[in-house]
Design a protein around this ligand. Sequence first.
Ligand code: C2E
Ligand code: CA
Ligand code: CA
Ligand code: CA
Length: 275
Amino acid sequence: AKRAGGSGFAIFEPSMEQDSRAQLELQHDLRGAIERGELVLYYQPKIDGRSGQITGVEALVRWQHSSKGVISPAVFIPIAERFGLIGALGQWVIDEACRQLRVWLDQGLRMRVSINMSAHQLRQENLVQRIRRSLHAHTVDPALLTIEIIESVLMEDEAVRAFAGLAQLGVSLSIDDFGIGYCNFALLRKLPVTQLKVDRSLFTDIQHSSDALAVVDAIVKMAHALGLRVVAEGVETDAQRDMLLALRCDELQGYLFAKPMSAERLTLWAMGDEG
Ligand code: C2E
Ligand code: CA
Ligand code: CA
Ligand code: CA
């Protein structure tokens, strides 16, 4: 099946459970995708709630398949994990994000870059060492890199152990999709996390729902009490933006401001935004 993707192009989305042959085919293609240069990072701006300025970007990987068109990470990341390819893919994402950040810094764009990591990736033995090497190779300050990890990772001791090493390295940690799984506030307090990303499902109907408002209000107050910054992600309407700013969310991200875009377009967008 194909549908219009977030950036206007067709996205290939086989229904994986029904079609394991398609899955096998994709994992076969994915093995060579990095070497063939088919993976690309798109970047979506994060906007400071007070100044309206860009604070940084989230890197989101895409696969430009030679015959199937653009494939969503929601489709191929699970395949990469299942077939042992996530290590190489994750390494490519880290290297590419650091390389691009160095380009932006050299152009005078001082930004932070966030990358996404799954529980699988956090369990990799030499993860901290690999990130350090990549930062060093591109002379990027670790403080400019944020790693986004979904909430459910907090359930895994092994993954949580990786947090300490990453924090020691000086990168920031962000809890992605916060509020839709279980949230362990006690753990949050102990972990070296600096940011929560509030999932859009929590505020989609915020202008009509006092419950939604109460939930986001509570999350922001709790986060601020713990010294954490709050990013609202998936902001699509002016009404949502106004409510989220009134509730003191620190940063906003979503189609209302910009969709994920190529590095080249992001550069123009950010320069225009700053100028
Ligand atoms: P995520 O980290 O929660 O990323 C947010 C997703 O929401 C992205 O989808 C983004 O394009 C989309 N989005 C942004 N603004 C809006 C909005 O206003 N409205 C709506 N409806 N959606 C919005 P995308 O790029 O398809 O990525 C899907 C997921 O794939 C990500 O969810 C993340 O979990 C995973 N992913 C992406 N890149 C990587 C990567 O390099 N490594 C790993 N491990 N996972 C990745
Ligand atoms: Ca994310
Ligand atoms: Ca998210
Ligand atoms: Ca998500």
